[in-house]
Design a protein around this ligand. Structure first.
Ligand SMILES: NC(=O)c1ccc[n+]([C@@H]2O[C@H](COP(=O)([O-])OP(=O)(O)OC[C@H]3O[C@@H](n4cnc5c(N)ncnc54)[C@H](OP(=O)(O)O)[C@@H]3O)[C@@H](O)[C@H]2O)c1
Length: 259
């Protein structure tokens, strides 16, 4: 029986990962801050799929939260570093405290949990780590947003450690979706009314792609053809040109962000 730990497993893509893995018979450890929602989600999944679901109430922006979850990741076969946050304001608008929380959750928690889980997986000679990044991490396409930078770190970090892990039969993959319908934008006060409908992806569908790409051995997974094209353009356009486009788009970007 395999066991997976999913951070932010009660909503959005974390919940989709939880349901996907439970449907395959995988036992789960779900992590989030809201105890009530964690327990309700765990009970629902356990009843529906007949798997064992443990919960850890933890805030991964804190040292204590990371330490508590860190103690649980040494035994798991699959780690999904999914919990992440955005900010509704640009760099000079958001408080330093909120910027640091974004870095703690999007970067530091991913670093810490991976640092604990990976050596244990490598010693056992099996395991998988999915780090949920974003299309936004491929370039400086959102002027004034540090979210891009945090996700650039997640993607680069995953690509950097994947070859090391692969030597011991462990997979590490950065998962980079575009806009996905979840609670994310409302939680961060990011307006979405200007985002065209074709840019929105379905959470269950992108997670299915992520799991397929993971099993195919991909190191970076970008779901949907639209976003594969967008990502290729961002990756191959010189950054001087991207910066100019981003500056011109800043008025639009102030109203809607790719997270
Ligand atoms: N939605 C998008 O368009 C999109 C696109 C690309 C990438 N992403 C990335 O995908 C990941 C998941 O996003 P989502 O859209 O699925 O988010 P979501 O719907 O807002 O769900 C967030 C989940 O994370 C938990 N969480 C939030 N802050 C936490 C913290 N400090 N400690 C522990 N758990 C925490 C939440 O539960 P509690 O509130 O109870 O803690 C919830 O379970 C993030 O890394 C995000 O950056 C999202």
């Amino acid at each position: 029986m395999t066991q997976a730990l999913i951070t932010g497993g009660t909503a959005g893509m974390g919940l989709s990962f939880a349901r996907f893995l439970a449907a395959e018979g995988c036992d789960l450890v779900l992590v989030a801050r809201s105890r009530q929602r964690l327990e309700a989600t765990a009970n629902r999944i356990a009843d529906e799929f007949g798997v064992d679901v443990r919960t850890i109430v933890a805030d991964l922006t804190t040292d204590d939260g990371c330490a508590e979850v860190g103690a649980a990741v040494t035994d798991v076969d699959v780690l999904v570093n999914n919990a992440g946050m955005g900010l509704g304001e640009g760099f000079t608008g958001a408080s330093l405290d909120r910027e640091e929380k974004l870095l703690d959750l999007n970067v530091r928690a991913v670093l810490r949990l991976t640092r604990t889980a990976l050596p244990a997986m490598m010693e056992r000679g099996q395991g998988s780590i999915v780090n949920v990044s974003s299309v936004a991490g491929f370039g400086p396409i959102m002027p004034g947003s540090t979210y891009n930078a945090s996700k650039a770190w997640v993607t680069n970090f995953s690509e950097s450690i994947a070859p090391l892990a692969r030597r011991k039969n462990v997979r590490v993959m950065a998962f980079c979706p575009g806009f996905v319908r979840t609670e994310f934008h409302a939680s961060a006060n990011i307006p979405t009314s200007d985002i065209p409908s074709w840019m929105w992806l379905d959470s269950d569908a992108v997670v299915e792609t992520a799991m397929r790409d993971l099993r195919r051995g991909k190191v970076v997974s970008v779901p949907s053809l639209h976003y594969k094209v967008i990502t290729a353009l961002i990756r191959h356009t010189p950054h001087s040109i991207l910066s100019r486009i981003a500056e011109r788009a800043s008025a639009i970007s102030a109203r809607g962000h790719i997270h």
